[in-house]
Ligand binder design. Structure first.
Ligand code: ADP
Ligand code: MG
Length: 367
């Protein structure tokens, strides 16, 4: 009586792999099975070369065919090695690169209200940092009212890499991305919240930011859902709140501080913009047109530092409109100095936070 393949498989299903304790059929180690009358041929596929094991398994296979099917069967077994089937420990999956992982400090510039000079402050801080030689990025997250293009006189379209990543535009040593570079602003106006949020996520993940010392985020005005999503999505080092003397007393600023506290982002300080006016012909005079000391009182109340006061000056606005921030357009001006002060106070607050975050080293002395 001639033998069939099913009989051979059933017989070989009795042969156990001595180490794995599973049979050779389940382990898929029997390949190229040919059966003709009493002739049985197959390849014993080993995951790695192991001559001792191979010869033992060959003997067992032959024994099983003889025992369960036919004592006179001619069993011809080749040994093959199939490296691809090797039961390797699965490689640990590479952790996906964290968005903005090459950025050391990410600082959000926020305000309770629009028109208080948030973008002006963000742009000048970025430029002041870049002026010191730091690698700086500026992300305009004000999807509905981007002002970075105007403030840098940049209206080009960014290039895309072959990996479909956006290359930020660069001016004065600052890498920038703004919705204003990508779409007609009027078009963005009709976007719904989720679309705006996903645009911000793309600014994080799909932009070739590279290594940066600082990333400044110009947030949209207010403390609504979009702002909350942004501050939750982006790994912020801290936030600064811009206000004017008129708005410091308002709840908007408190709401801004509360929003960051809610998501456990440290508020590095309050910047009072348009704090005073100095007539060009009276450089020593400071007129506190909108009142004095509001930011200081608010900062005390909220237990956050005041990073500085910025005067209200025509050249600040003109610099913004002409595409070159005042800290670069007129480096020696009082306004520029006010921004340098704010920037260095901000850096100091950042290093304070960093020092606090570091685990304290215990030093013990041997007696
Ligand atoms: N300190 C300042 N002195 C003079 N003009 C200013 C000052 N800060 C902001 N501005 C002007 O006020 C307007 C609104 O400022 P902007 O930075 O766009 O505010 P926000 O981003 O908060 O809406 C702009 O025209 C800007 O040039
Ligand atoms: Mg703005």
């Amino acid at each position: 009586m001639s033998i069939n393949k099913e009989q051979v498989k059933t017989a070989l299903a009795h042969v156990l792999h001595p180490e794995v304790k599973q049979d050779l059929i389940s382990l898929d180690m029997i390949q190229d099975l040919i059966v003709q009358d009493k002739y049985v041929s197959f390849t014993l596929e080993m995951p790695a070369q192991n001559d001792a094991l191979a010869s033992e398994l060959k003997q067992r296979c032959e024994g099983a065919v003889h025992k369960f099917i036919d004592r006179e069967a001619i069993v011809d077994i080749q040994v093959g090695i199939n490296v691809s089937k090797r039961q390797e420990a699965p490689k640990p999956a590479e952790p996906p690169a964290q968005p903005l992982s090459g950025v050391k400090n990410i600082i959000a510039v926020a305000s309770g209200k629009g028109g208080v000079g948030k973008s002006t402050v963000a742009v000048n801080i970025a430029a002041a940092l870049a002026r010191t030689g730091a690698k700086v990025g500026l992300m305009d997250t004000d999807i509905y009212g981007p002002s970075i293009p105007t403030m840098f006189d940049l209206f080009e379209r960014p290039n895309i890499t072959t990996q479909k990543k956006l290359i930020p535009l660069e001016k004065y040593g600052i890498k920038m991305v703004s919705m204003g570079f990508l779409v007609d602003v009027n078009q963005a106006m009709v976007w719904r919240g989720p679309m705006a949020t996903s645009a911000i996520q793309q600014f994080m993940k799909d932009v070739e930011w590279g290594e940066l010392d600082y990333m400044i985020l110009d947030l949209p005005p207010g403390t609504g859902d979009i702002q909350l999503t942004i501050v939750q999505t982006i790994p912020l080092s801290g936030a600064v709140i811009v206000s004017t003397p008129q708005t410091v007393a308002l709840d908007d600023v408190r709401k801004g501080v509360a929003m960051f506290q809610k998501v456990k982002v440290p508020v590095l300080g309050v910047i009072e913009n348009m704090a005073y006016f100095t007539p060009p012909d009276m450089p020593d005079k400071k007129y506190h047109i909108f009142g004095e000391g509001g930011a200081t009182r608010l900062a005390e109340e909220l237990a956050v530092p005041v990073l500085g006061e910025i005067p209200i000056e025509q050249p600040i606005r003109e610099a913004g409109d002409n595409g070159k921030p005042i800290v670069l357009a007129d480096e020696q001006s009082n306004a520029a100095h006010a921004f340098y002060t704010v920037t260095s106070n901000l850096q100091q607050q950042l290093s304070l936070r960093e020092a606090e975050a570091k685990p304290k080293v215990q030093i013990s002395f041997k007696s």
